[in-house]
Design a protein around this ligand. Structure first.
Ligand SMILES: Cc1cc2nc3c(=O)[nH]c(=O)nc-3n(C[C@H](O)[C@H](O)[C@H](O)COP(=O)(O)OP(=O)(O)OC[C@H]3O[C@@H](n4cnc5c(N)ncnc54)[C@H](O)[C@@H]3O)c2cc1C
Length: 204
């Protein structure tokens, strides 16, 4: 565990040029808060935090990490107890700005952003008298909970959160976007090799 803040010699000028979200580095005002995750015992010092505003930002961040040989941690809701949403000396791809929920009452499906929390989803679906299996705490991320299967109040009747995932947009480790038509390959790649970032989920 790191105990002191380090300095890094990263040239972020090319990334900054097209990035719409926030790029946070050691020394920036927001750095201390931005490196924290839910588990207060995790104390890691990333070289850069890319708070992405959309899928283009995610692609740019993944490409930057690859070109600079940086370790990447992806953060959704930041609730992973082991602190998988942050790393020392690497790049955090923080999805917390990519939050939207679109409910389609006709198909009884919902599309959500890669950084959504379950509280966001419940708030939108309940207005249509709909609900999907999730967890028991509203601030947990949709992405991380689903990757772990996802157990909650509705599981006995309707299964795990991941059982209800029907499509996803994924940015692969080479920076290429993969659409829902390639769902199976993308999800398997991500689960088996840990090499994808969901930017949109569609659920029933
Ligand atoms: C208070 C609390 C209550 C909990 N309750 C439940 C519960 O009721 N049911 C249950 O099943 N689990 C529960 N959990 C466990 C929780 O599901 C996991 O800790 C999960 O990893 C949290 O997901 P997150 O997105 O918030 O975390 P993060 O730390 O942001 O991410 C966790 C992992 O998922 C990856 N990830 C997150 N989003 C994406 C994405 N969009 N694309 C690609 N990778 C992504 C991250 O890289 C990381 O490896 C709980 C945890 C806490 C702390």
């Amino acid at each position: 565990m790191a105990t002191t803040q380090r300095t890094y010699n990263l040239d972020t000028s090319t990334l900054k040029a097209g990035f719409r979200g926030a790029l946070i580095q050691p020394g920036n005002e927001d750095y201390e808060a931005a490196r924290r995750v839910y588990n207060g015992m995790i104390d890691k010092y990333p070289a850069l935090i890319a708070r992405c505003s959309d899928v283009a930002d995610v692609i740019a961040a993944v490409t930057f990490a690859r070109k600079n040989g940086l370790l990447v941690a992806v953060r959704g809701g930041g609730h992973n107890v082991g602190g998988l949403g942050v790393c020392d000396d690497g790049l955090i791809i923080d999805l917390s700005l990519i939050r939207y929920t679109h409910v389609d009452p006709e198909t009884r499906t919902v599309r959500v952003g890669g950084g959504n929390t379950w509280g966001d989803v419940d708030h939108a679906t309940h207005a249509f008298s709909l609900a999907i299996p999730s967890g028991v705490i509203s601030t947990t991320g949709v992405g991380g909970l689903t990757l772990g299967g996802g157990l909650g109040y509705l599981t006995r009747k309707w299964g795990l959160a991941i059982d209800n995932l029907i499509a996803a947009d994924v940015v692969l480790a080479d920076g290429s976007p993969s659409s829902s038509s390639k769902l199976i390959r993308s999800i398997l790649s991500m689960l088996a090799l840990c090499c994808g970032i969901w930017t949109r989920h569609q659920r029933s």
